[in-house]
Design a binder for this molecule. Structure first.
Ligand code: FAD
Length: 254
């Protein structure tokens, strides 16, 4: 059984430039724990082709392109599931959820939200999704229809290269904490809210900064010198290196 929040390992065929088999890559399960469409034999993930241009040279990612080029019926090698903590709690109905996603980081939240909705979840569910352009809004129609049908589901889009905040600055997932204060303040201040983050490495620092700024320090824990300081005095360096998720925060960045 592949639970939402876990990852599967994909072994792309072929060898690297040293003649060694390509290494395994991890992909988040984006189906609910019952399986895609309720079929336990089906697991889904959300893949983005990792292609990039560096100094005029176009590089293509091995595994993401391999996966994206597969055709229905093709066979592939997968491992897992892996991951024991990045899951919904067993008493999932007792919590509110604030999910922060960038890009394919939305994958685990698709599965988790499907699971919560199917269980008739009564608590608040907020998905804050950040991406550069509107065309990158993965599963947009699914989340929009959920928001329409359920008063407790909130879908917040932070489109950094297209939308602007009232002061003209860019919208990022972390600015939602301020921009949607009216909605988020009572949820984040509640004792039974859990925060999940998934996506691009580095996204956590800005989120920590905003959580600390707003006084939502129960979601964070500090070590070393940062632990001696008042959270309002944490520097960017403290937030990057010494501030970690507390037991109410779940983080998967890559
Ligand atoms: C827990 C976890 C969950 C994840 N979940 C997902 C998910 O749900 N969806 C998803 O899409 N990804 C996910 N990832 C990322 C995924 O595992 C891969 O890292 C990603 O798909 C890139 O792998 P690749 O084989 O395509 O790229 P690689 O071949 O590993 O290349 C990596 C990057 O380097 C570039 N590159 C290649 N050669 C060079 C060079 N010589 N110089 C400069 N750049 C170069 C490539 O274009 C690419 O952008 C997850 C990672 C983790 C750790």
């Amino acid at each position: 059984m592949f639970r939402s929040g876990q990852s599967i390992g994909i072994l792309p065929p072929g060898e690297n430039e040293k003649g060694k088999p390509h290494k395994l890559r991890l992909y988040s399960v984006s189906s609910p724990s019952k399986g895609e469409g309720g079929n336990p034999n089906y697991v889904s993930t959300t893949v983005k082709r990792a292609n990039e241009e560096v100094d005029g040279v176009f590089y293509t990612g091995i595994c993401s392109n391999y996966l994206s080029n597969l055709k229905p019926g093709d066979e592939l090698s997968i491992t897992g599931p892996s991951g024991k903590r990045y899951l919904l709690p067993s008493n999932a109905d007792e919590f509110n959820y604030v999910f922060f996603a960038t890009g394919t980081g939305v994958a685990p939240f698709r599965g988790m939200i499907m699971e919560l909705i199917e269980a008739g979840h009564k608590g608040q569910i907020v998905l804050i999704f950040g991406c550069p352009y509107r065309t990158d809004l993965l599963y947009k129609s699914y989340f929009e229809s959920l928001e329409k049908e359920h008063d407790n589901v909130h879908y917040i889009k932070m489109i950094s290269r297209e939308d602007r905040r009232s002061d003209g600055s860019k919208k990022y997932v972390q600015t939602a904490i301020e921009d949607y204060d009216e909605l988020l303040a009572p949820i984040l201040a509640s004792d039974n809210t859990l925060v999940y983050l998934c996506g691009m490495k580095g996204m956590q620092t800005g989120i920590y900064e905003q959580l600390a700024k707003k006084g939502y320090t129960d979601y964070l824990t500090a070590k070393g010198e940062a632990a001696e300081k008042d959270p309002s005095e944490w520097t960017w360096e403290d937030l990057k290196t010494s501030v970690k998720p507390s037991d109410r925060t779940f983080e998967e960045v890559y």
